[in-house]
Design a protein around this ligand. Structure first.
Ligand SMILES: NC(=O)C1=CN([C@@H]2O[C@H](COP(=O)(O)OP(=O)(O)OC[C@H]3O[C@@H](n4cnc5c(N)ncnc54)[C@H](OP(=O)(O)O)[C@@H]3O)[C@@H](O)[C@H]2O)C=CC1
Ligand SMILES: CC(C)(CO)C(=O)C(=O)O
Length: 312
């Protein structure tokens, strides 16, 4: 299968590497020139659970894509999704399936500008990854993927099952979900509860989860995500989601991971995805008349930190 990874940062590198190790024909697509040129020259340098590996890769700039893909997996940042899809439109054929695995809420509107629902698969992942510099990824621990077709038809469902099988065959622990909107809210709640906090406090998941205050903050944020989701007809099992959040703090799980938002702002001085997480809940809360004081404050704090650091 000809697979394009649209956004070959940390997560794109992980999925691209695992799929190509499983024998798939993978092309990475990215516009960060230092990263693209480093991989073109030296392959992708990988720290795989402490072991050094090198993987030669086809990597192209968006304007260089040629032909169409059978599957495109999106791993841009939320702010870069529209631009990426617009630049690679020529690679999206009538049968190209597009799998969107970004964190956050509301990517459907963007993807639908480029792909019909029949070919659109939406999902969420708990895998982790980081970049140590251009062309250098660290891939630690384990994870999972849940995905579902957007069109309610047998052929779209079959396509989604095939993609889940393909990812699973590459060791990505993927499964078909009957309720991906639920899964996305569940994952966004987890990100909303921890990503911004680790970014503001400049710590990893384990350190934040070990503080005395973390529980009150997490429950406050969780309830706001739960209230907004309920208004949209999605009833989060709050106890289960709280347990899910607790489960990531152990160093045996992903407790040593610095969330992607920390990597963006603290490590790389880049603008964060806060407006697609806590910011989205604060905006929706205003529209629905639901108070969201935790999410509003967290969003303002992260924006203030972006401003102080001159993040770009
Ligand atoms: N990292 C993680 O552990 C996890 C991340 N996610 C989600 O996956 C999606 C992708 O995240 P992730 O892989 O972490 O993103 P990265 O920041 O590693 O990469 C995303 C894109 O950002 C650009 N970029 C990254 N670093 C730099 C830099 N230093 N200078 C210039 N450009 C840079 C590149 O695109 P370009 O230059 O073309 O803009 C790159 O394709 C996000 O929605 C994230 O929330 C989900 C689960 C875990
Ligand atoms: C791995 C996890 C869940 C940590 O917050 C994540 O999604 C991220 O880093 O953005």
């Amino acid at each position: 299968m000809r697979i394009g990874i649209a956004g070959a940062g940390a997560m794109g590198s992980r999925f691209g590497y695992m799929l190509s190790e499983a024998g798939q024909d993978v092309t990475l697509i990215d516009s960060w020139s230092d990263h693209v040129e480093a991989i073109k020259a030296n392959g992708l340098q990988i720290d795989w659970n402490g072991e050094s590996r090198v993987a030669p890769f086809k990597i192209v700039y968006p304007h260089e894509v040629a032909g169409t893909f059978d599957l495109i997996i999106c791993f841009t940042k939320a702010m870069g999704l529209d631009q990426m899809l617009s630049s690679i439109q020529s690679a999206i054929g009538p049968d190209t399936a597009l799998l969107c695995l970004l964190n956050g809420i509301g990517h459907e509107e963007t993807v639908r500008k480029y792909v019909p629902d029949a070919n659109f698969i939406l999902g969420t992942t708990i895998w982790t990854a980081g970049l140590d510099g251009p062309g250098r990824a660290h891939l630690y621990g384990s994870g999972a993927v849940a995905l579902e077709n957007m069109e309610n038809s047998e052929s779209a469902k079959r396509k989604a099952y095939e993609v889940a099988e393909l990812l699973d065959g590459a060791g990505l622990n993927a499964s078909y979900s009957d309720s991906v909107r639920y899964s996305i809210y569940r994952k966004a709640t987890l990100n909303g509860a921890v990503n911004a906090m680790c970014t503001i406090l400049e710590c990893n998941l384990n350190t934040f989860g070990s503080t005395q205050s973390s529980e009150e903050i997490i429950v406050g944020i969780l309830n706001e995500f739960g209230d907004v989701a309920a208004h949209e007809g999605i009833n989060l099992d709050r106890e289960e989601v709280l347990n899910y959040i607790h489960s990531i703090f152990s160093p045996d799980s992903i407790g040593e991971h610095y969330p992607s938002m920390y990597q963006d702002l603290v490590k790389n001085n880049r603008i964060t995805e806060i407006d697609y997480l806590n910011g989205a809940i604060a905006r929706k809360g205003k529209d629905y008349g639901i108070p969201t004081p935790f999410c509003e404050l967290v969003t303002l704090l992260v924006h203030a930190k972006e401003e102080i650091r001159g993040a770009k």
